[in-house]
Write a protein that binds this ligand. Sequence first.
Ligand code: UD1
Ligand code: UDP
Length: 401
Amino acid sequence: MAEDCAQNPGRLRDSGMSKILVVFGTRPEAVKMAPLVKQLETRGDSFETRVCVTAQHRVMLDQILDAFDIRPHYDLDIMTSGQDLYDITTHVLAGIRPVLKEFKPDMVLVQGDTTTTFGTALAAYYEQTDVGHVEAGLRTGNIYSPYPEEVNRQLTTRLSKYHFAPTPLNRDNLLKENVSPEHIAVTGNTVIDALIMVVDRLESDQQRSDRVTENIQRAGLAPKILTSATKMVLVTGHRRESFGAGFVNICEAIRSLAAKHAAVQFVYPVHLNPNVREPVEKILSGRDNVHLLEPLPYEEFVHLMSNAYLLLTDSGGVQEEAPALAKPVLVMRENTERPEAVEAGTAKLVGTDRTEIVAGVEELLTDAAAYQRMATATNPYGDGTAAEKIVRFLSEHLSAT
Ligand code: UD1
Ligand code: UDP
């Protein structure tokens, strides 16, 4: 674990300002870093903040930058079609090096468990620069599930000085790995901040809300699908460990559910990864009640989540957003680093087995009591003040003498 850096102790400079570099590269990191960027911007008296995107995702990242009106200071633009883990790691390292050397931040903030996260933390360590890890302490204990995220997050812990744990359980995981308790803050997850921001916007701005509905129609969904008279199952999926047989199972499960429940609408904004698109398009296209869409901008996706009957996903972020919206979420994975939602009753693991997925969805479609039990559970991921808590922690710790 990184201790105080001799070369760069991360203290206030003579000017009284700390230099913070916020780095992210994929859609979920952008959603979860946006509230923090906004919060840091309100503290221009204490922090000189710069945003660097690796653009490990290009289109899906830009959708989120637009939604939160973030203009990065540095854009490494590393994405290539069909990139592998070597490509991402080496391009992040090579791209971030001149940024670190030029800006010389006191602290680099990274989020979550992507290869952008790990590569950036490693580069910061090479520069002997302190790292703050947002969404720290999530663990499955299985290095191949999720792959490579479990190792990315464990290595990022080792490379970080400060750890922003969403929940007390995440804090306990870090303590078990001998992370110093004074370097951990339990903050809630910044995804809840982002979600609340967007829900509030849509509720308070009718024009914006109308625009979102129009965009959803333009993306290919008829308005009747968004009425309470229609049961809509919202699907997302993209995990590397499910490529191949896992994805075929997922798609076949949706195909048989759609055939059996003709009145239920299955809406699936398909991730841009070719390993996902190929089986999804092959198995699910051309069916009346299966709607395959391009990835949606965040406001549009939040609107769909709010109108869904249930969510079927392998996404980390969606597992956290669903409980906040009181929507049951079936998780198409064998394990989860987010057991809080399962314990709270909102989430259930159904794996990637076709029979289990079908049984899980059918139970919620047909058993009102089972549905209500999952739809009324409480949200364990925070109250929308995570970014504020992180910035407060940073101002206290970076200004300490
Ligand atoms: C990445 C993260 C994963 C995260 C997920 C969120 C790693 C190793 N994986 O996985 O932790 O949960 O993002 O979605 O860091 N593509 C585009 N345009 C885009 C985005 C992706 O065309 O805007 C295509 C490209 O062909 C790209 C491929 O998708 O090569 C895979 O992207 P990549 O970031 O390598 O992996 P993800 O599966 O998206
Ligand atoms: N999301 C989005 N548009 C979509 C699908 C998802 O904006 O079409 C948002 C979703 O609300 C969540 C985040 O993207 O905040 C999750 O990203 P993803 O599932 O790609 O990654 P993970 O969370 O699994 O790392």
